[in-house]
Unconditional design. Structure first.
Length: 285
């Protein structure tokens, strides 16, 4: 499991992390969400000991993260700036295998599982963004960690790769690995977890999507609805022909549209998602 207690970090008198505390159970997948520059990478790096926090403790896999031996139990996927362009993917994974006391067979096995075996012996400087993501992910899980921290694992992935990575993460969680991942891909987070941690003003805001059972409807109509009577109904306008209406107002809106001879082209039920919470927490229009 993961336990963070009173974690704080300041940069030049700016408080980036303010006494953050939270816990993630073993085998659970949890998401970390927030706009660029809010401190997500700082939080993950502080948890990994790569940045020294000003205050607080981090416990992972049942132990305080104070010794280098913990890296044998924890995997961390950073951004691609940690890669060396003149080395091959095989060079990178071989080094990690050596540091983790693994045989070189582990390099071949993890490469086939993640999908970067086709270009394993190619220099990283020739890699695309998606290829680098494969290598970083493989490096993070080659030693089958008990805890896995992922910083934007879905960046640059094509649909095939995204599905593969998602399935591997789910497999690891099913085997007992605790996963904490930062991502801007809210739709993908909704597919993987109901546990979302929002980082705002240096503080953690936890939300469990399973507690929200509300749903609405996305209506696509022929023409934009006009008239004062629509202003009294809570609707969220998407564009000129699409808007979202709450389930309790659906019948009323449908009757008004029929009265105005404004045909409904399509109705789609929309479940409450992390995007709804994101808009609420960060006051996005």
């Amino acid at each position: 499991m993961i336990s963070v207690q009173e974690l704080s970090k300041n940069y030049h008198d700016k408080e980036v992390l303010s006494k953050i505390s939270f816990a993630i159970e073993q085998g659970e997948i949890a998401g970390l969400v927030g706009p660029n520059g809010v401190g997500k990478t700082t939080l993950l790096s502080s948890m990994m000991g790569l940045i020294k926090p000003d205050h607080g403790t981090v416990t992972m896999a049942g132990e305080l993260f104070t010794k280098t031996e913990m890296y044998q139990k924890v995997g961390f996927m950073q951004d691609n700036t940690v890669l060396y362009p003149h080395l091959t993917g095989y060079d990178h994974l071989s080094y990690v295998a050596y540091a983790q006391n693994l045989s070189l067979d582990a390099v071949e096995q993890i490469s086939k599982r993640v999908g970067n075996d086709r270009y394993l012996h190619q220099k990283v400087g020739e890699y695309s963004l998606g290829m680098k993501q494969h290598l970083l992910f493989a490096s993070a899980i080659i030693h089958q960690p008990k805890v896995l921290l992922l910083d934007e694992p879905f960046n640059g992935l094509d649909p095939t790769s995204l599905i593969r990575i998602r399935e591997i993460i789910r497999e690891l969680a099913a085997q007992g690995t605790t996963v904490f991942l930062s991502s801007h891909n809210l739709n993908e987070l909704d597919r993987m977890t109901r546990h979302i941690y929002f980082l705002k003003d240096g503080e953690i805001i936890y939300r469990d999507l399973a507690e929200h059972h509300d749903f609405s409807y996305l209506l696509t109509v022929k023409n934009q609805p006009v008239g004062e009577r629509y202003q009294d109904i809570q609707v969220e306008v998407i564009n000129e022909t699409q808007f979202i209406v709450k389930k309790e107002n659906l019948d009323l809106v449908t009757r008004l549209l029929n009265k105005d001879e404004n045909p409904i082209v399509d109705i789609e039920r929309t479940q409450f998602s992390s995007e709804n919470l994101y808009r609420e927490i960060y006051q996005e229009a």
